[in-house]
Design a protein around this ligand. Sequence first.
Ligand code: COA
Length: 172
Amino acid sequence: MSSGNNVLCQEDTIIVRKAHIDDVPAMAELINSYGRQGIMLARSRHQLYQFIRDFVVAENEQGRIIGCGALSIVWSDLCEIRSLAVQDGWLGKGVGGLMVRALAREAQQLGVSRVFALTYRVGFFEHLGFHQVPHAELPHKIWGDCLNCPKYPNCDEVALMMQLDAEHKENN
Ligand SMILES: CC(C)(COP(=O)(O)OP(=O)(O)OC[C@H]1O[C@@H](n2cnc3c(N)ncnc32)[C@H](O)[C@@H]1OP(=O)(O)O)[C@@H](O)C(=O)NCCC(=O)NCCS
């Protein structure tokens, strides 16, 4: 895959760009490897094709997919980071942070003011500027998707939120 396509950000030899149809098999393998461990929700290839426009991927200098993540718009003031995964072997090297920053920037550019994640990786998201919020603070409309989660209604993931307004104003 040519790395010149839709590059959103770059750090050293890693680029983050919008996902492409050809990336789906690698994205499915990555997400579902964590899905099998119960760390994140599995995604079918059909779901990935359907929501491909939500996704960014991280690519190494060999053009290999080493991470992916999605931004899902919930409402005018709220969006969610989903399906965020970095390949084993690339963990702890800044790839996840690079993708979260690219997704948050995309949310800002769209004019959405808050982004949240439901996750077990609390420290990672807090480090990036998110803060914990009670599940009850999230609007009911997000829970529709949770009906498909095998853990529903006993969600043990932590809700974290980040306000995007301040940075949005600074950068514009
Ligand atoms: C969560 C995940 C995406 C993080 O990706 P990563 O590439 O390993 O994380 P990064 O190296 O980009 O970490 C970003 C920053 O957070 C910090 N950080 C990471 N984990 C942390 C923790 N538990 N506590 C505090 N800080 C943490 C890192 O030190 C780094 O700081 P820096 O930018 O100042 O160097 C990755 O661990 C993963 O794929 N996990 C399995 C799937 C999963 O749980 N996904 C989340 C679903 S929402």
